[in-house]
Design a protein around this ligand. Structure first.
Ligand code: HEM
Length: 453
């Protein structure tokens, strides 16, 4: 398409070369919120040399993720993350992605996932038994260890808990390095392997690889069906294309993908939920009433979840306010009409859960915590893609059912025993890395339910 014919939607201008890129990298959420507020449903700007569009209307989000998904691929940041995740589900494209998705899908079926409920509750109880009344803990760290242990047990039938500190530290290290390595042109840094960030990334990656290849090797040797995701992936054969099973490398890529995608997101979600409950005791009281009524002091099971309506409303509202996946990016691979504008091939398209979930049109007084937004009637009044914490279309989160069950069971198990109170003076700020973390962790004091400390 000749340049002169391209009509761009409105958007911010900068006189400083790379000005928007810097603003985006320093405070991405502020930048995107401001752009959406000032320029509306579709806006255009440049991130360095990269032409970029921010779409902030549920219909346009649906267009990109569902209706015209074939015109888009994952953005370059995700392509860069191949350095860590290889060709796993998150990063692969086209036929390779379709094949991996086919092979992995059965492992995430409702029935199989329900067999993981017991493990989730057991691990939550195990953690809860270690906690002591009156102590202050970084709940972000605790939730991270808990969800890591659960993903290790349910998907790989391994007790990574004994290994959790090592893996946890390697993951945190990798997340920090990873952000830097996702920036444009950082591929070039890899030619300087002794550069400290590159070296630290390599070391953390090697450490994680060692854990994962060890697990795969044990499985191939024992040939035992553990009934978990890894067994499913090891056994999966591609009937549709007759291309057999996965290589060790493919298994490693999927395992690492699920390890990363399956723990950090849920941990952040729960951390923000504890924070919101601490700030809103009236919602916490209603939560406890529901837990007492439905569970009567018993540990929750998979069958209890449909009755835990208010628990679910709290969790949905927490995920609206603090969506763990705060933005998804796509690269247009052919010219595509969206919102009355032609988005040319090569453009980056940004869809931000954070921005959409704080849109006044769908969520009046959008920064206010209000679980009542999630009654069936209120939900029914909003368009589908006004809320898209798990994405949409063929790349929609494969772990959604797993995550929803885990969130409900962990909150129900722990909230029956504990109330968390933010330690006065502890700063709370969002930190949009790959997922939306609390910048300073979440230091909270533990109170036992039933007795005020
Ligand atoms: C609250 C928890 C979670 C949230 C908010 C979340 C969010 C997302 C989102 C938004 C995507 C789509 C990204 C895109 O379109 O670019 C995604 C993809 C994915 N998620 Fe999740 N996720 C969560 C939990 C999980 C869990 C528990 C697992 C695994 C056990 C998981 C595994 C994956 C995988 C493998 C993909 C890639 C799917 C594909 O492209 O085919 N996620 N997730």
């Amino acid at each position: 398409m000749p340049k002169s014919k391209i009509v761009r939607p409105p958007g911010p201008k900068t006189l400083v070369p790379g000005g928007h890129l810097l603003a985006f990298q320093l405070r991405p959420i502020n930048f995107l919120m401001k752009v959406a507020r000032n320029y509306g449903d579709i806006s255009y700007f440049r991130l360095g040399p990269q032409p970029a569009y921010l779409l902030n209307h549920p219909d346009f989000i649906k267009d990109v993720l569902v209706t015209r998904h074939e015109n888009f691929m994952k953005g370059r940041a995700l392509q860069r993350s191949k350095r860590l995740l290889g060709e796993g589900l998150l990063t692969s494209e086209g036929a390779a992605h379709r094949r991996q998705r086919r092979l992995a899908q059965p492992a995430f079926h409702r029935q199989r996932i329900s067999t993981y409920a017991r493990v989730m509750v057991d691990y939550a109880e195990r953690f809860s038994e270690r906690w002591q009344v009156g102590t202050s803990l970084d709940i972000a760290h605790e939730m991270s260890k808990l969800t890591l242990a659960i993903v290790g047990k349910t998907l790989f039938d391994t007790d990574v808990e004994s290994d959790a500190e090592g893996v946890g530290q390697a993951l945190t290290k990798i997340m920090k390095q990873f952000r830097l390595l996702l920036l444009p042109y950082t591929e070039l840094l890899e030619f300087v392997p002794l550069l400290p960030p590159v070296r630290r990334f390599r070391e953390a990656k090697d450490e994680l690889d060692r854990v994962i290849y060890r697990i795969i090797e044990e499985r191939r040797r024992s040939k035992r069906d553990h009934g978990d995701l890894l067994s499913m992936l090891l056994m999966a054969q591609d009937d549709e294309e007759g291309s057999g099973g996965m290589t060790d490398e493919q298994l490693r890529d999927e395992a690492l993908t699920i390890f990363l995608a399956g723990h950090e997101t849920t941990a952040n979600w729960l951390t923000w939920t504890w924070y919101l409950l601490s700030a809103h005791p009236e919602a916490e009281i209603k939560l406890h009433e529901e837990l007492d009524r439905v569970l009567g002091g018993k540990p929750p099971s998979d069958e209890d979840i449909p009755q835990l309506r208010y628990t679910e409303m709290i969790l949905s509202e927490a995920m609206r306010l603090y969506p763990p996946a705060w933005t998804v990016g796509r690269l247009a691979i052919s010219d595509t009409e969206v919102g009355g504008y032609m988005v040319p091939a090569g453009s980056l398209v940004l869809l931000s859960q954070y921005v959409m979930h704080h849109d006044e049109r769908y969520y009046p007084d959008p920064f206010r915590f209000d679980p009542e937004r999630w009654t069936p009637e209120a939900k029914g009044e909003r368009p589908q893609f006004a809320y898209f914490p798990f994405g949409g279309g063929p790349r929609r989160c494969i772990g959604e059912g797993f995550a929803l069950m885990e969130g409900a069971l962990l909150l129900a198990t722990l909230a029956q025993k504990w109330r968390m109170r933010l330690v006065p003076g502890h700063p709370v700020d969002i930190h949009p890395l790959i997922t939306l973390r609390p910048k300073h962790g979440m230091l909270m004091k533990l109170e036992k339910v039933g007795s005020r400390q």
